[in-house]
Ligand binder design. Structure first.
Ligand SMILES: CC(=O)N[C@H]1[C@@H](OP(=O)(O)OP(=O)(O)OC[C@H]2O[C@@H](n3ccc(=O)[nH]c3=O)[C@H](O)[C@@H]2O)O[C@H](CO)[C@@H](O)[C@@H]1O
Length: 348
């Protein structure tokens, strides 16, 4: 059995695509590299042996702090190199972010292949800097290639968990024949979107729609609004079932969620996270707007009235939603996880 180290950490957008790939490699002995107290620890649970290292980004102005972070990175590289040696790892797969730096550098120093998946349209800093040390960089968006000249890239879209491919039942007590709107702010929720949505709810609910609102765990007002047609959850494991049932999503534009919207053919109103690095969520969203699968509004320009009206207009026009749904499905790549698992196998 070949031995694979997966380095994926921090947010659902990094961990879930890696899980989607892991599910396609039942004949591999997989170990996970993550950081302490982040999402991956609870998500991975005891599914895979878990190695934890500390990593930090370089976004500080203090030269002393930068030096400390650099020393920390050097330590992490050697810690991962030790794991690779002791566990006889043959290939490293990473979905980018801070954890990818020590993973890619340690793979290079150990003489084993590294495969990197970059989910966002604008590649992150680590991808730009360290792609040259990877055997292949797999891309979530076709247009990203132009940002990585001279790097062997292949467009595979972004993998999703296997439950997105089979019908999932919902345990949320929503009648069959009512329109359902899902609000999803990425894996951590989006407090400003939550606030905007709560102000729109009374009018939407009056129309008979149901709303499932995934608020994230950090919204102090998450429990304020109560209504029999409104379900608010800090985090929900069955996003697959929810999007399969939804008529419309109001969402941030993280690459993972966008891919899931396409796979489940869900029309969407996108509100990119304004502080994402290099505004990458707006670029992700643009692909869905140009594909006529979604509307996109910048948070600063979207008023309560606009959002209220747009949702009501779409809910009253099932034909419009149906067309967006069709267009959304045209953006889906259904064998992304298989393609990535094959790249990993070929590298070994
Ligand atoms: C603020 C920020 O920089 N976020 C980035 C982060 O986002 P983040 O992790 O928020 O983003 P994504 O939208 O890519 O993925 C969220 C994932 O969490 C899952 N989910 C969400 C809520 C819930 O209750 N249950 C659940 O399972 C979704 O189904 C999805 O699989 O990584 C993405 C992929 O690199 C980037 O595109 C995003 O820009």
């Amino acid at each position: 059995m070949a031995r694979l180290l997966i380095a994926a950490s921090g947010t659902g957008g990094h961990v879930f695509p890696a899980l989607g790939v892991a599910e396609k490699l039942p004949d591999y002995e997989i170990q996970w590299l993550g950081t302490p107290n982040r999402l991956e620890q609870s998500l991975i649970g005891d599914r895979y042996p878990f190695h934890s290292i500390s990593v930090e980004g370089f976004q500080t102005r203090s030269p002393l702090k930068k030096l400390q972070i650099l020393l920390g990175l050097v330590n992490s590289v050697f810690a991962v190199k030790k794991i690779i040696k002791e566990e006889k790892i043959e290939v490293v797969f990473t979905t980018g972010g801070y954890i990818a730096s020590p993973a890619i550098l340690a793979a290079k120093l150990s003489g084993i292949p590294a495969i990197l998946h970059e989910a966002n349209y604008i590649p992150g800093k680590v991808t730009k800097l360290l792609s040259r040390f990877c055997n292949t960089v797999a891309l979530g968006f076709e247009g990203t290639k132009k940002y990585l000249p001279n790097i062997p890239t292949i467009w595979v879209s972004t993998p999703v968990r296997s439950q997105f491919y089979t019908p999932q039942s919902l345990d949320l007590n929503i009648p069959d024949n009512v329109p359902l709107i899902v609000i999803i702010g990425g894996s951590q929720g989006a407090v400003s979107v939550n606030q905007l949505v709560r102000n729109c709810l009374p009018e939407w609910l009056k129309m008979g729609v149901y709303v499932v609102h995934l608020t994230g765990k950090n919204d102090p007002d998450a429990d304020i609004f109560k209504h029999p047609q409104y379900i608010s959850l800090p985090f929900y494991d069955n996003v697959a079932g929810l999007l399969q049932r939804a008529d419309l999503a109001v969402s941030r534009a993280g690459a993972g969620t966008l891919t899931e919207l396409a796979i489940t053919k869900t029309p969407a109103i996108l509100i990119p996270y304004p502080f994402a690095a290099e505004d990458h969520q707006s670029f992700n969203a643009k692909v869905f707007v140009e594909g006529e699968a979604a509307y996109c509004y910048q948070q600063k320009e979207l008023t309560e009235q606009n959002l209220k009206d747009l949702v009501l207009d779409l809910i009253k026009n099932p034909e419009k939603l149906k067309r967006m749904s069709q267009k959304s499905s045209e953006l889906a790549v259904i064998d992304s996880a298989e393609q990535l698992s094959k790249l990993i196998k070929d590298a070994v």
